[in-house]
Design a protein around this ligand. Structure first.
Ligand SMILES: Cc1cc2nc3c(=O)[nH]c(=O)nc-3n(C[C@H](O)[C@H](O)[C@H](O)COP(=O)(O)O)c2cc1C
Length: 300
């Protein structure tokens, strides 16, 4: 009997719902044992978020500073899995602190070694550079990335900024101002994610994953929006400066407040201008954009 570990973290439960639906064909096949484990931090983050805590998570998220994680049960540590499905979310363009902390722990060295891994992310929409960081972390624990599914909020970028802030601070996925769409991955997309499970199950039964990513992408597993890729890369360079400035600073509270204002201006003033410039330059950057698109849809 094949064994699959679904390793994940989710505050709102959104990602758990995606994983439940995605693994349905695998669980129902009858000859695959599926075990779930939710990563636990010694000191977890509260949900919904307080504003101060939300910004306070920035330096450690971006700098990928690990926190103490609780040990998974011995049963998980002592089992060799045929496949690990890793469900993660993005915090500040990086894997969330619980995910980063687990991947940097000794438990990950035991669980992931020489094991195929499918990553499943559920984020707002800026995930490409976080996935690069996850790739690096998986390499360190000798896991072998064989597939990636990146589910996002597909609404207009600035609309999803408003709705996710409301969701994170209220804990409710609701229609902001009565007319904006609900934040997060759409219900339809969550329900349809079992189609990815069918593909994963087929490749798992053959124990060969060549071409699996191509098949997942053909079913819409990864949408790469070129403007967001460009923003993600730029913001990573800027966040590096901010996080270095804030981390360990005696003026952390004040600097985080300034960072908060900076983010507001960057999102609402700078990013629309950059977007227009990006569109004007699109024909000139076409080749690079297409190359990026192919790269981020892949798993290399
Ligand atoms: C502190 C924090 C920072 C976030 N930063 C990003 C980000 O940089 N890019 C992104 O696409 N989503 C970002 N998100 C949204 C999350 O990736 C995710 O969609 C949301 O938190 C729901 O995940 P859950 O399954 O843990 O409830 C952020 C969320 C939080 C709480």
């Amino acid at each position: 009997m094949k064994k699959v570990l679904v390793l994940y973290y989710s505050q709102s439960g959104q990602l758990k719902r995606v994983l439940d639906r995605l693994t349905e064909p695998i669980r129902e096949s009858g000859d695959i044992e599926v075990t779930y484990y939710q990563i636990q931090l010694e000191q977890d983050f509260s949900f919904p978020w307080e504003k101060e805590a939300f910004f306070n998570a920035f330096p450690e998220s971006f700098k990928q500073i690990p926190q103490t994680v609780l040990s998974p049960p011995d049963e998980i540590l002592n089992t060799r899995y045929d496949l690990i499905i890793l469900g993660y979310q993005v915090w500040y363009l990086s894997p969330s602190i619980p995910i980063n902390s687990f991947l940097k722990s000794a438990y990950a060295q035991t669980i992931f070694r020489d094991t195929p891994v499918v990553t499943v992310s559920g984020s707002r929409n800026m995930w490409v550079m976080a996935q690069e960081k996850v790739k690096g972390l998986l390499k360190e624990v000798k896991g072998s990335l064989v597939g990636n599914i990146a589910l996002v909020d597909r609404h207009i970028n600035l609309v999803s900024v408003i709705t996710i802030v409301d969701w994170m601070f209220s804990g409710k996925q609701r229609k902001v101002w009565g007319f904006l769409p609900k934040a997060g991955i759409s219900e339809e997309e969550i329900q349809n994610s079992d189609r990815f499970g069918v593909i994963i199950k087929d490749y798992l039964s053959k124990d060969k994953y060549l071409d699996m990513q191509r098949d997942l992408v053909s079913l819409g597993a990864v949408e790469v929006r070129h403007f967001l890729v460009s923003m993600d890369k730029k913001a990573n360079r800027i966040f590096k400066v901010w996080s270095t400035l804030i981390y360990n600073s005696r003026n952390r509270k004040t600097l985080l407040k300034i960072f908060n204002y900076y983010l507001f201006i960057a999102i609402w003033l700078v990013s629309p201008i950059v977007h227009i410039i990006h569109l004007l330059l699109y024909p000139f950057n076409y080749r690079r954009i297409k190359k990026d698109e192919k790269y981020f849809q892949g798993i290399d």
